[in-house]
Design a protein around this ligand. Structure first.
Ligand code: AVI
Length: 339
């Protein structure tokens, strides 16, 4: 674990950059672009620009998820916190801008004098910006931030023997339906890893988008302004920059489809023409047929039975569920149980 040399010199904030295999991105790009069909892991969307584009997506009229979840949190944060009991510390996986989290921080600080907020995000720039903004609004908050992917951060947290100190409970939060970007196997491995850093009685707050009509889903992933298209295409920009790629971005198009049988929205990058792309750092050339796609993301949509099964399989009991007014999004309080 490396302390970030740029970390602010304040006892209230510690930012840790967790070392990941230096060439993991290169290895994943090589594997993904030489596979049939071609695919890339969505975690690589979130470089500095990608994280900002995702924040912009969250403000789009078509992207109902963020507003729906904020509505639930705005209305029920106190009841949610009440249900868990405390005093509690907060552990957020995929904190992003941490805007919605403020509802929970406010509710916790109404019940307890202090709060330790542990935040994990793959983007160091997002962590830096979000933690500074939080400290401006809540000068007494104690923040420990981890720049890492979820599994690396959870392994570090499990091994760090993090003492809860004055906190009776840990509340883990996984918002925004981030769980939807994992397939069934990965989401179970992830929830089990979360469960390992919790004690019996601790809570996991899980935001999950619900199954719905394609005419609501597709615009959410293919907005009129083209922000989601830019978010998707930025993956090629990142490959060009970091791996010496020569992708001509204009020769690829964004596509979002609802795969109803699989219960997920899929994002693809479609080659507009037959073409060959070089990747200098990988000493690799990739050919594309016209219309061939790179599958860049799955966004699974859930029903109540699937969510209950997920909790059941991973050492949690579902205690309560809240919905937004339009019942588009579900917010689930899961409690860690003996396994
Ligand atoms: C982060 N994640 C839950 C978003 C989603 O809805 O799957 C990522 C995203 N992709 C396109 N738009 C937003």
């Amino acid at each position: 674990m490396l302390a970030n040399p740029n970390a602010a010199p304040t006892a209230r904030l510690a930012i840790h950059q967790l070392a990941t295999a230096a060439d993991e991105f290169a290895a994943d790009v090589r594997a993904g672009l030489t596979a049939r069909p071609k695919a890339l892991p969505p975690k690589y969307f979130y470089d500095d620009l990608g994280s900002k584009l995702f924040e912009a997506i969250c403000r789009l009229p078509e992207y109902y998820l963020t507003r729906a979840e904020s509505q639930v949190l705005g209305r029920h944060a106190e009841a949610i916190i009440e249900d868990v009991g405390g005093p509690a510390r907060l552990l957020e996986l995929g904190s992003g801008s941490a805007e919605k989290t403020r509802h929970l921080i406010d509710a916790l600080l109404q019940r307890q004098p202090e709060l330790h907020y542990l935040m994990v995000d793959i983007s160091p720039a997002s962590l830096e910006a979000a933690s500074r903004e939080l400290l401006r609004v809540y000068p007494d908050l104690r923040i420990t931030a981890y720049a890492a992917d979820y599994f690396t951060a959870l392994a570090a947290l499990a091994g760090a023997e993090q003492s809860k100190q004055d906190y009776r409970r840990t509340i883990a939060v996984f918002l925004g339906s981030n769980i939807g970007n994992m397939d069934g196997h990965e989401s179970r491995a992830f929830l089990r890893a979360v469960r390992r850093v919790l004690d019996v009685g601790d809570a996991l707050l899980l935001g999950a988008d619900l199954k719905k009509q394609a005419d609501v889903l597709i615009p959410a992933y293919d907005d009129a302004l083209g922000v989601t298209a830019a978010f998707n295409l930025n993956l090629l920009v990142r490959i060009n920059r970091e791996l010496g790629g020569d992708f001509d971005i204009r020769q690829f198009a964004h596509r979002a489809v609802y795969n109803e049988a699989a219960g997920r929205v899929e994002m693809h990058l479609v080659s507009r023409a037959p073409q060959t792309v070089g990747l200098r750092a990988l000493d690799l050339e990739i050919t594309f047929a016209e219309g061939e796609t790179i599958h860049t993301e799955n966004s699974y949509k859930f029903d109540a039975d699937q969510l209950a099964e997920l909790a059941d399989d991973t050492g949690f009991a579902s205690r309560r569920t809240w919905h937004d007014e339009m019942k588009r999004f579900s917010f689930n309080l899961l409690v860690a149980i003996n396994q």
